[in-house]
Write a protein that binds this ligand. Structure first.
Ligand code: COA
Length: 200
């Protein structure tokens, strides 16, 4: 009796999120979550590296209301689609739920994240460990971007653009255009230039 109970608990843990049905998770489908406010060439580099490794890479744009993003969710999704249009097995979707729930809905088995520097590690380790509790059937995999993108962040790009600097080397032309449009908007917010990975 006790054995049966613990087997059942174990199964539930494997399924995750207290559901009574096994969640099917496909290790050939990866979800790359982030705020993408906006998407940069660093993100693009990571997607290009991941695309040949999986059948499908879903770029999951989080609403991230807590971060008060500069761009609305729909615009961030649109910009990511424009920036990644050349990568064939990539799908861009917005989400406003727990990542674990989004993963289950997509049937994805891999959470993809980028590590740019050692300073990224602590936050990423915490996120990966928490996601392991929430969705034990998924694994987090880390890729590193090319060195030339290791210093980029969305907030730095936003700040440079808002002060009239040239960001053409860091973002897709569609993103550059959108940043220009926002700069001209009365009351357009400038993002903080302080590298945010530690506060992410
Ligand atoms: N190239 C360039 N920049 C990169 C990068 C790369 N390869 N990888 C990360 N960055 C930058 C981003 O531009 C961003 O910069 P900014 O903070 O200056 O704007 C910063 O690193 C943060 O990256 P991001 O991927 O956007 O992290 P995040 O902390 O906003 O995303 C989520 C975290 C969305 C994955 C997480 O909050 C989440 O899962 N949310 C859904 C709700 C949920 O499930 N919460 C519980 C999680 S356990």
């Amino acid at each position: 009796m006790r054995l049966a109970l613990s087997r059942r608990r174990c199964k539930m843990a494997q399924w995750g999120m207290g559901t009574d049905k096994p969640a099917r998770s496909n290790p050939r489908i990866a979800v790359y979550p982030g705020t993408f406010d906006p998407i940069t060439n660093g993100h693009g580099d990571l997607v290009a590296r991941a695309a040949p490794l999986f059948d499908k890479v879903i770029v999951a744009v989080a609403k991230s209301s807590g971060k008060t993003p500069r761009f609305e969710l729909a615009e961030r999704v649109e910009l990511a689609r424009a920036a990644l249009a050349d990568v064939s097995n990539v799908d861009v979707r917005g989400f406003d739920t727990l990542l674990a729930r989004f993963m289950t809905e997509c049937g994805a088995g891999v959470i993809l994240r980028g590590l740019r520097a050692v300073s990224d590690f602590e936050y990423e380790f915490q996120l990966a460990s928490m996601n392991r509790h929430l969705i034990p059937q998924a694994e987090t995999l880390f890729l590193t971007p090319a060195e030339e993108w290791s210093f980029i962040s969305s907030s730095l790009v936003r700040e440079i653009a808002s002060l009239g600097g040239d960001v053409s080397n860091f973002v897709h032309p569609a993103v550059q255009k959108a940043l220009r449009r926002h700069r001209r908007k009365p009351g357009g917010r400038a993002g903080s230039a302080v590298p945010r990975k530690s506060s992410r």
